[in-house]
Design a binder for this molecule. Structure first.
Ligand code: SF4
Length: 388
């Protein structure tokens, strides 16, 4: 008998009124090479039995399908590197998903992909299954910066990958970029933006590098080898907003820019606090203010699915204050803004809102607060201040 970790019983969470889950996240934790800044749950495939992993994902879906109506409007395959799965395993997973899920209402199916992990044949398989949006991890177009970031692809390989995505005719293609990384000058960032704009993607995500605990970059940061200063990062942010705005991209969330009709529906639902089902090792679910996290260990996840058909490590009710904190932090980052009603039970909130309005960090749009350009540079601080 394998060593089975303690598993809580399957959740009996309250669900949405029609008991239908509309947003599904699937975590694929494998990467060929581990980037030194990355804090997600991921690892190299090693000797993982991929067929068993795919079956474990399907088993989890079956378990949840017996508890909820799974009729997703959005599906998001994140990781890790979902595009690393072979055609054989993807094909089997898609087949099982089509059997288990009601996909009649599906509007968006996103796949995160890295250069060097797919072929035209694999892309065709994804297209045929219903994938409509691919997010390509480019990060930089400069070989020197890719080396610093520990990426395993060259600029040419990223360009070829982008062209393959276009040839496969995905309705939306996103390019992921990072800025303010060690050794990156403002002119390098300008060049990354220009090269990306020239490709004409539908969506661009731009992440300000942060030094997360338990990463190689964090160790170097702690030793003083790397530095971060919000004032130094501000020109990168300003340049990005200005240049992408002029190129026709709508900065609808601090790190996200879309051409009309290409906003991420999955992410928008997450920011708005919709219920989410997460499948796979380390995946988080939030349903009816109850949250659980799957075992962040692929081998144990597979074992648990084989023997218990569940893999959540803990189930906890989200307190009202935790819920409000999340809503404020996430909604404030969007161009829809933070609904003022979120603050209505917080003592002294009116005065704090007035202070932020006066400082010019937010403006009022109907019954919501929206960050101004200066506010976007201080989003976390503004959120913390409004919460009191
Ligand atoms: S490829 Fe993505 S998920 Fe994998 S280590 Fe790099 S940043 Fe993390």
């Amino acid at each position: 008998m394998p060593d089975i970790p303690h598993i809580n019983p399957a959740p009996t969470a309250p669900v949405t009124t029609d008991a239908s889950l509309q947003h599904l996240y699937v975590h694929i934790p494998f990467c060929h090479k581990i980037c030194p800044y990355c804090s997600f749950y991921k690892h190299t495939p090693g000797n993982t039995d991929m067929a068993a992993f795919v079956e474990a994902l399907a088993t989890e879906l079956e378990t949840r399908a017996s508890q909820f109506t799974l009729a997703p409007k959005t599906i998001y395959f994140g990781g890790g590197t979902p595009s690393l799965l072979s055609r054989t395993h993807l094909s089997r997973l898609f087949e099982r998903m089509h059997d288990i899920l009601d996909l009649s209402a599906l509007q968006e199916w996103t796949f995160e992909a890295n250069p060097r992990t797919f072929t035209p044949e694999k892309l065709q398989l994804m297209r045929d299954a219903g994938v409509s949006r691919v997010s390509l991890g480019v990060q930089s177009w400069r070989p020197e910066q890719l080396k610093v970031l520990g990426r395993d692809h060259s600029p040419d390989e990223a360009r070829t990958a982008y062209e393959q995505l276009r040839a496969a005719d995905f309705p939306t293609v996103n390019v992921d970029l990072m800025f303010a990384h060690p050794g990156q000058a403002l002119e390098h960032w300008r060049d990354d933006l220009e090269q990306t704009i020239a490709l004409a993607p539908d969506h661009i995500s731009t992440y300000n590098l942060t030094y997360e605990e338990d990463t190689e970059f964090f160790d170097k940061f702690s030793k003083g080898e790397f530095h971060q200063d919000a004032d130094d990062d501000a020109p990168f942010f300003e340049l990005m907003v200005e240049r992408l705005g002029a190129a026709g991209f709508d900065n609808y969330e601090i790190s996200n820019h879309a051409r009309p009709g290409h906003r991420s529906q999955h992410n928008a639902a997450y920011w708005a606090g919709a219920d989410f089902l997460g499948i796979g090792p380390g995946a988080v679910s939030t349903i009816g203010r109850t949250r659980w996290t799957n075992l962040p260990d692929t081998a144990k996840f597979i074992e648990s699915m084989q023997f218990r058909r569940a893999a959540e490590t803990d189930i906890e009710p989200l307190s009202e204050s935790a819920w409000i904190m999340e809503r404020v932090a996430l909604e404030l980052r969007t161009d829809t803004g933070l609904a003022l009603t979120r603050l209505s039970n917080l003592e002294g909130a009116d005065q704090r809102v007035d202070a932020m309005l006066e400082a010019g960090h937010v403006t009022q749009k109907g019954q919501s607060l929206v960050l101004t350009r200066s506010g976007k540079l201080l989003a976390d601080e503004v959120a913390a201040y409004l919460l009191g």
